[in-house]
Write a protein that binds this ligand. Structure first.
Ligand SMILES: NC(=O)c1ccc[n+]([C@@H]2O[C@H](COP(=O)([O-])OP(=O)(O)OC[C@H]3O[C@@H](n4cnc5c(N)ncnc54)[C@H](O)[C@@H]3O)[C@@H](O)[C@H]2O)c1
Length: 328
């Protein structure tokens, strides 16, 4: 089975590409390498360097290969930035997505996996959050994912494309052997930021808000390991053979506060990791935890990485070996 992976040189995409190649899939990665890294792409995958804005480049890759499925990771990913530069995000995440969908429909591709997000749940009535919760994007970034989910529903109706939207909560960790990992620039995610303090690259970690209505006053998030995410993608791709489109939350089901993450990172790294308490950031919810029972029930997915220290240890292996990302 041959699949196209857009954004396969990025953090999550590269871990999924590795698992797909291990499972015998033929993988073509399409990535502009603006945020991704050549070194993150598994050597058995074919890397095509190109931009999804470039319709001719996209047409060429579909002419060169007959794809059985598409996994779409390519996206701008920063919630805060999307509120500063809304039109860039709409162009980069929605226009490019339309280009991919058009090519997919012309080529008759019937299986599609979308990287979606917990940022669709900005006003949850119940936590842990189920897929049936009202979809209220918390940012322009979230809105672009909402639009993408809606467009996939139309692709199913118009062309019989079967899709799976995977709404990730906080992706984290790295491949345990430390050869691929998280290398965002700029970095906005808590665990790599905390570990950069342990590496001496930052003096302290900022805690945005210590007065939330949570046990220790800091925000609680659901950290799901990137290899658990990767297995969910392969399961979802295989499940689409039954002709049913679906939507799943992907989280660990456990919430950890900012302080708990910092404490676990201190234990893993042996570093003091100083903190600075700063005001709340607008838009941050106190608690975001997934109910991922649906994918467990329907596809048998369960997380292998349930221990926060083990998760942080995998990230630490990567960051210690690659203090400056893939250029290290
Ligand atoms: N990291 C998380 O915690 C998280 C949470 C929820 C959802 N997601 C979603 O998961 C997906 C992957 O996230 P990530 O953390 O791996 O991000 P990433 O930035 O590491 O990877 C994105 C990849 O897409 C590529 N790309 C972006 N725009 C492109 C374009 N126009 N043409 C070609 N390539 C392009 C980048 O070069 C990069 O390699 C994204 O869609 C993101 O919205 C991530």
């Amino acid at each position: 089975m041959k699949v196209l992976v857009t954004g396969g040189a990025g953090y999550i995409g590269s871990h999924v590409v590795q698992l797909l190649t291990e499972r015998g899939y033929q993988v073509v990665v399409f990535d502009n390498l603006v945020k991704g890294n050549r070194g993150a792409v598994h050597p058995d995958a074919t890397l095509t360097v190109g931009d999804l804005h470039d319709r001719a480049a996209l047409a060429a890759v579909f002419e060169a290969h007959q794809f059985d499925g598409i996994l779409h990771f390519a996206s701008q990913i920063l919630v805060g930035e999307s509120m500063q530069r809304p039109f860039d995000y709409l162009r980069d995440n929605v226009y490019t997505f339309i280009n991919v969908l058009e090519r997919a429909s012309l080529a008759g591709v019937k299986r599609f996996i979308l990287s979606s997000t917990a940022n669709l749940y900005d006003a949850p009535k119940r936590v842990p959050i189920r897929e049936s919760e009202a979809l209220i994007p918390g940012s322009i970034y979230g809105e672009t994912k909402y639009m993408a989910e809606r467009l996939l529903a139309w692709m199913d109706r118009l062309y019989g494309v079967k899709y799976c939207c995977l709404r990730y909560f906080n992706a984290c960790g790295a491949h345990p052997d430390g050869h691929i990992g998280e290398a965002h620039d700029p970095e906005s995610h808590l665990i790599p930021l905390v570990l950069s303090v342990a590496l001496g690259q930052r003096p302290a970690i900022e805690i945005y808000g210590a007065d939330y209505d949570t046990p220790d006053g800091t925000c609680i998030r659901d950290y799901v390991h990137v290899l658990d995410l990767a297995r969910a993608h392969v399961l979802a791709l295989e499940a689409l053979a039954d002709g049913e489109s679906r939507v799943y939350n992907l989280g660990s089901g456990s919430g950890y506060s900012v302080r708990e993450v910092i404490e676990a990172a201190r234990a893993v790294t042996g570093h003091a990791i100083p903190t600075i308490e700063s005001p709340r950031r607008p838009g941050d919810l106190p608690v975001l935890v997934a109910d991922s029972d649906k994918i467990g029930r329907e596809l048998g997915w369960e997380t292998e990485y349930n221990n926060l220290k083990t998760i942080i240890q995998t990230a630490w292996n990567w960051h210690r070996r690659h203090p400056n990302g893939y250029d290290s």
